[in-house]
Design a protein around this ligand. Structure first.
Ligand SMILES: C[S@@+](CC[C@H](N)C(=O)[O-])C[C@H]1O[C@@H](n2cnc3c(N)ncnc32)[C@H](O)[C@@H]1O
Ligand code: SF4
Length: 406
């Protein structure tokens, strides 16, 4: 059993500078859970530990469980994403935002849609790295191969590639041919790392656990040996049900005058009927596995399950959706998501409640503004420091009071 912070020593062995940047972000996130939940009249901006950049609403895949493009995805209607993409922030505005954030927030997490469809991803990445930010990207990996040389040269910090199982099962979930494209992407990155004699970027897979893949995870881990991974993240999935969606809709309308759509995107049923005890056994085998090598190599990939739950709670996670496994969400006190159009939200997956827009205001003005504080106040006064819709939210689960997991 490990603490999720165990990525830091692993990183330290490879790249001390990178690990210190990550540690700085972790410490800020850790402090956010200890601090009193002050709302108005406080400079929350200086506590930012992690900023999500959702660069584009466009995507080149249609993964079944995805809250944006899956069966219930809010962006799946034809033409919607293309229309939304007309409002994306230009590179020049991102550079100004990075100038404001970089001195405070070394950890960034780039996502989308598919971030490689943002037209200025490569120059933006270089700018962020040069400004000293921890630059991590979550991608479906389809376009990595063609950019591998530049990614290594520009020293991206970490690439998290989404892959959900070995070829057949993965492709049923994420689309035909997607597994092989990712394999080619990893091969190209490993080739370039060797050629350029570089440890950058750290390589990771993110596997979203659903009832379509959980039984096959162990075999999948064996199949990833050739990728030279630094991390493998198992994401237990954001999900919800009709009752919770209704309760959250009512609350957001009554208390924050906001009509919400996004939570419904995660009401797909793909987390139903997962046998939590069986998944526990599978995860335990994965976390204990040394691929048959004894003693395990010191730089073996670090496997992490998110949320970092005490293992006995895994069954509760799937069998009893209405029982919290985490309390007191800390996100509004240390994190934020910048949407493709410049809107800032606390909740990356649920961009309904808008704090403000970066086309007209600075990050700091918005993060310390009235709309942000109104949300913080309501959340901190809610039962368990959470709203109903937070019960199985990935972002809420990343860090929290029980960080000891697999
Ligand atoms: C929305 S995607 C965006 C980035 C990129 N398109 C990708 O797939 O990596 C971010 C991550 O969320 C994961 N994801 C998709 N559906 C999810 C769900 N219902 N719960 C939690 N994570 C999910 C994806 O597999 C991916 O790892
Ligand atoms: S690639 Fe990412 S954004 Fe696109 S459908 Fe799949 S999970 Fe969603």
């Amino acid at each position: 059993m490990k603490y999720n912070i165990s990525v830091v020593p692993k990183l330290f062995c490879k790249e001390p500078g990178l690990s210190l940047k990550m540690l700085h972000g972790f410490i800020k996130l850790g402090c956010a859970k200890l601090k009193p939940k002050t709302n108005y009249g406080h400079d929350h901006f200086k506590n930012l530990g992690l900023v999500y950049f959702k660069l584009t609403p466009l995507c080149n895949l249609r993964c079944k469980m995805c809250g944006q493009y899956g069966d219930k995805g809010v962006m799946k209607e034809k033409g919607l994403a293309a229309e939304a993409a007309k409002t994306i922030l230009p590179l020049e505005r991102y550079k100004e935002i990075v100038d404001e954030l970089a001195p405070h927030t070394p950890v960034s997490y780039i996502w989308g849609g598919e971030p490689f469809l943002y037209p200025s991803l490569m120059p933006l990445a270089k700018y962020m790295v040069d400004k000293g930010m921890y630059f991590s990207v979550n991608t479906n990996g389809i376009l990595i191969e063609q950019y591998a040389e530049q990614i290594v040269r520009d020293k991206w910090s970490t690439i998290f590639v989404s892959l959900d199982a070995f070829r057949d099962v993965n492709d049923t979930i994420r689309g035909q041919g997607s597994y092989d494209k990712v394999v080619k992407g990893f091969a190209a990155l490993n080739r370039e790392k060797k050629k350029q004699n570089s440890n950058y970027p750290m390589l990771s897979i993110v596997t979203t656990v659903t009832n379509m893949n959980y039984q096959y995870l162990k075999e999948f881990v064996m199949a990833t040996k050739e990728f030279n991974l630094d991390f493998h993240i198992f994401n237990m999935g954001t999900y919800t049900n009709d009752t919770i969606v209704a309760a959250q809709k009512k609350l957001m309308l009554e208390k924050l005058d906001t009509n919400i759509d996004c939570l419904e995107g995660y009401n797909t049923g793909y987390n139903n009927n997962i046998d939590g005890k069986k998944l526990f056994d599978i995860l335990q085998a994965i976390h204990n596995s040394d691929f048959g090598r004894y003693p395990p190599p010191p730089l073996e990939s670090v496997r992490i399950t998110v949320p970092a739950l005490n293992p006995e709670k895994i069954n509760t996670y799937y069998s009893d959706l209405e029982t919290p496994v985490r309390k007191n969400c800390i996100v509004p006190w240390c994190q934020a998501n910048i949407n493709y159009n410049g809107d800032i939200h606390f909740c990356a997956d649920y961009p309904d409640y808008i704090l403000g827009n970066l086309k007209t205001n600075t990050f700091k003005e918005i993060y310390n503004g009235d709309r942000a504080n109104r949300f913080r106040k309501l959340l901190s006064e809610s039962e368990n420091g959470m709203f109903p819709g937070c019960l199985r939210c990935y972002q809420n689960m990343l860090f929290g009071s029980k960080i000891k997991g697999f």
